[in-house]
Design a protein around this ligand. Sequence first.
Ligand code: SAH
Ligand code: AVI
Length: 324
Amino acid sequence: MTINPVFTDASPITLAAPGDQFLADVLSGLSAPQKFLSAKYFYDAAGSELFEAITRQPEYYPTRTELGILDVHGASIAAALPRRADLVEFGSGSTVKVRRLLEHLPDLRAYVPVDVSESFLRSEAEALAADFPQLSIVPVAADFTRPFTLPDGLYGEAVAGFFPGSTIGNFEPQQAAQLLAHFGRVLGRGASLIVGVDLVKDVTVLEAAYDDAAGVTAAFNLNLLTRINAELAGDFDTTTFAHRALFNAAASRIEMHLVSLAAQRVTVAGESFAFTEGETIHTENSYKYTVAGFHRLAREAGWTPNTVWTDPQRLFSVHALTRA
Ligand code: SAH
Ligand code: AVI
């Protein structure tokens, strides 16, 4: 196995300065007729911990179902990747899923987790390095939707991508296709990509997954306002907003909103925004696909769909894609 000493330090490489962008995006989102905030801003340190807590809720089936698929089919999924590859994971979060693949990839050259949540990325990379001491790990703190190049020294024999968790579902279909095309450019010619995609199912199962009884998803949603207060001098009173999750069947997506419980004004970085009672901030979409629908999207983005693995109930799917 090749060990590249350049890659042994688990300190993340930071490729972007996201602070100003956060402010600009919040001010423009709160100025729109339907107020909205980008879901990528959920993930500060507290948001990443809250997401991990969501994955442990009984109603949130996607994580345990995808882990089940990786447990049963890990060897064949790993076999869809080239040997001696560098593996880039987009939105790596907790590295629990890649561990299931690493068991089957003994000759992997390097693992590159990419995530906006920098402190969480650092601690997860350190924990992984302790458990896989032979593996070169190069964390990259970056917004994967923006142009970025992989660290120098990558692009060895082959580059592969891993995009689990149905994070692709958090993008509008057209943006999702652009994102997959962008990943193709980042990974380079001949790349392979493994993508986890949540499937359309019964509305009660879907809505419960995004409104768990313990209130963890509600706390995750409201944490976005707490983050704005802390980082952008906001004065949101989080007790006057409520979490709402609903399935929009026409668009095949779960929508998450924060509902203002009163008519009120809120200030962010010196700018004032008016809310009527019942007005919402649209904070997230989580699109649900059919296998055929996701294949169309992948083809549109220049990828060729190969094997697809699902669980026996067909709740979730894992796709192998290749690029000419
Ligand atoms: N892959 C993990 C985590 C999914 S949660 C899993 O399957 O469980 C989504 C992850 O993507 C979070 O860790 C979040 O910080 C990261 N993320 C979301 N938007 C991002 C963006 N635009 N750029 C980089 N990382 C992003
Ligand atoms: C990361 N992403 C795929 C999650 C989802 O299911 O859309 C984020 C999430 N939002 C609420 N619960 C989980």
